[in-house]
Design a protein around this ligand. Structure first.
Ligand code: HEC
Length: 120
C-alpha cells in the first residue's frame, strides 16, 4: 500500500512540470540564465509562447543582438540558453496540419478574380 501511494505521488509530481511562478518558465537546467538575460525588455511569456528548434532560437537571439540592443553572451552561456530553449520550447510538430491537397487550394488567379469583382 505504501509503495502504491509513493508511486502515485511520483506520477503526480512528474506530470506537473515545475514552472516558476514569477516568470512562467519551466524550471530545467539553464532556466536561470534565461530568467536573468531574457526578461529585461519583454515578458518571459514572449519566450514561453514561442516554439522553435535550436537554429531558429539562435536566429532570434542574433536578430535581437543586431537590432534590439541585446548584449553578447559568452559561448558557454549562449550554449546553456540554447540548450534550455530548444529542449523546453521545441517546435510543436503535433499542432501542424498536413499541407492542403492541390485540389483544395484556391485557384492561382483567385486574388485577381476578387479584385475584378470588386471593381465591377
Ligand atoms: C535588450 C532587449 C532584449 C532582451 C534582453 C531580450 N530581448 Fe527578445 N526581443 C526584444 C525586442 C525589442 C523584441 C520585439 C518585441 C516585439 O515585437 O514586440 C523581442 C522579441 C523576442 C521574441 C519574439 C520573436 C518573434 O519572432 O516573435 C522572442 C521569442 C524573444 N524576444 C526571446 C528572447 C530571448 C530568448 C531572450 C534572451 C536570450 C531575449 N528575448 C532577450 C528585445 C530583447
Amino acid at each position: 500500500m505504501r509503495i502504491l501511494i509513493l508511486l502515485l505521488l511520483t506520477v503526480f509530481v512528474s506530470a506537473h512540470a515545475d514552472i516558476d511562478a514569477a516568470t512562467g518558465l519551466t524550471k530545467a537546467p539553464g532556466w536561470e540564465q534565461v530568467r536573468i538575460h531574457c526578461g529585461g525588455c519583454h515578458s518571459h511569456a514572449m519566450i514561453t509562447q514561442q516554439h522553435a528548434d535550436r537554429e531558429t532560437w539562435l536566429g532570434m537571439i542574433r536578430w535581437m543582438q543586431a537590432t534590439q540592443n541585446l548584449w553578447q553572451f559568452t559561448p558557454e552561456v549562449e550554449a546553456e540558453i540554447l540548450d534550455y530553449l530548444s529542449t523546453n520550447y521545441p517546435p510543436r510538430q503535433e499542432l501542424r496540419r498536413a499541407p492542403l491537397p492541390a485540389a483544395l487550394m484556391p485557384p492561382e488567379n483567385l486574388a485577381q478574380q476578387q479584385k475584378q469583382e470588386m471593381s465591377e
